[in-house]
Design a protein around this ligand. Structure first.
Ligand code: ATP
Ligand code: MN
Ligand code: MN
Length: 301
């Protein structure tokens, strides 16, 4: 595809004010990627990542000893990340309230890397409209060993079914095994309605083609099928954010792709943190123009 004609000038990597210690520590031993490399990667992609990652509650996958060692999922913190990582109080089911993390700039991303973070996962709503999701995600999880061609076909079919009910959707390679189908929403419907929609939409697909899909988490029911993981769409759930490095061998990255590109992709982890420059160029290319944007609300289902 000709992407040169209207490609905007690349955005310069922002200046970082966070000190990264132990820059030489290996985070991805198999690929020689150090903590410094990872910090530089996030600083570089910050301009294209922050539109998706900023100003929404996040959970972190931290692996202070590097990938493959003890990693943990973190939602809350007492303040050890410093001023660049912000907190927002969120009402809990029990009536209490907990502070959740969010960030709004490249320093926030790097501050998290300084604390051993590899992955950033985000809520489907932003801090300004916490109760009204601005993003619905169908996380396609193939059974072990299922060919990636089936996953691509499933994603494309989801897109068609969504289009039939008036919803525009976008594809993202997870950096792992699957594809996420992302549906941007005007923050209008509240969590219970969005969850209910995602649930019923997924169950309808699984009901119509039970040999291809399942909408229940059970691993037994996944045999040879794709689990349409609609559970990302409950209040408090998260999904991996665009351009996030995964704590998996090879330092793969979650990457938005156009529907046309998806047809030619061989697996969900074709880019890595070594590809920062290429990812920026892609993000600004015509193929990805408008990715993730649609002015729409949920139809009645
Ligand atoms: P893949 O394509 O390999 O499935 P993925 O990012 O979709 O990659 P999943 O295992 O399907 O990985 O996880 C879906 C989401 O569930 C993650 O993106 C994350 O936001 C959330 N998640 C994963 N582990 C935890 C955890 N320990 N606690 C809470 N949420 C988690
Ligand atoms: Mn998944
Ligand atoms: Mn999943």
């Amino acid at each position: 595809a000709d992407v040169t004609a209207e490609t905007p000038a690349p955005v310069a990597a922002p200046e970082i004010h966070v000190k990264v210690s132990s820059r030489d520590r290996l985070v991805f031993p198999e690929s020689d990627v150090t903590k410094g490399d990872l910090a530089d990667y996030y600083a570089k992609v910050a301009p294209v990542m922050l539109p998706w990652a900023a100003n929404r509650p996040i959970s972190l996958v931290r692996c202070p000893q590097g990938r493959g060692k003890a990693c943990f999922f973190q939602k809350h913190d007492a303040g050890s990340f410093g001023d660049h990582v912000k907190q927002v109080p969120i009402r809990e089911k029990d009536g209490g309230s907990e502070d959740y993390l969010y960030l709004d700039d490249a320093d926030g991303l790097v501050a998290c890397v300084q604390m051993g973070t590899i992955e950033f996962h985000g809520w489907g709503s932003s801090v300004a409209t916490l109760e009204q999701p601005d993003r619905m995600v169908f996380d396609l999880d193939p059974d072990e060993g299922l060919d990636f061609g089936h996953v691509k076909k499933a994603a494309a079919d989801l897109k068609e079914h969504l289009a039939e009910i008036g919803l525009t959707s976008f594809a993202m390679l997870s950096g792992g095994k699957g594809v996420h189908v992302v549906v941007p929403l005007k923050p209008q419907a509240e969590w219970p309605a969005v969850k209910d929609f995602a649930d019923r939409f997924s169950r309808a697909l699984a009901g119509a083609e039970p040999e291809r899909f399942t909408a229940t988490m059970s691993k037994a029911k996944r045999k040879g099928r794709i689990f349409i993981d609609w559970l990302r769409n409950q209040r408090g759930s998260t999904a991996v954010l665009p351009y996030v490095a995964r704590a998996r061998a090879g330092a793969p990255v979650a990457v938005p792709v156009s529907w046309a590109e998806l047809r030619d992709v061989e697996n969900a982890h074709i880019w890595s943190v070594r590809d920062g420059d290429a990812l920026i160029e892609r993000a600004n290319s015509r193929a990805l123009a408008g990715w993730g944007f649609a002015d729409q609300v949920l139809p009645d289902l």
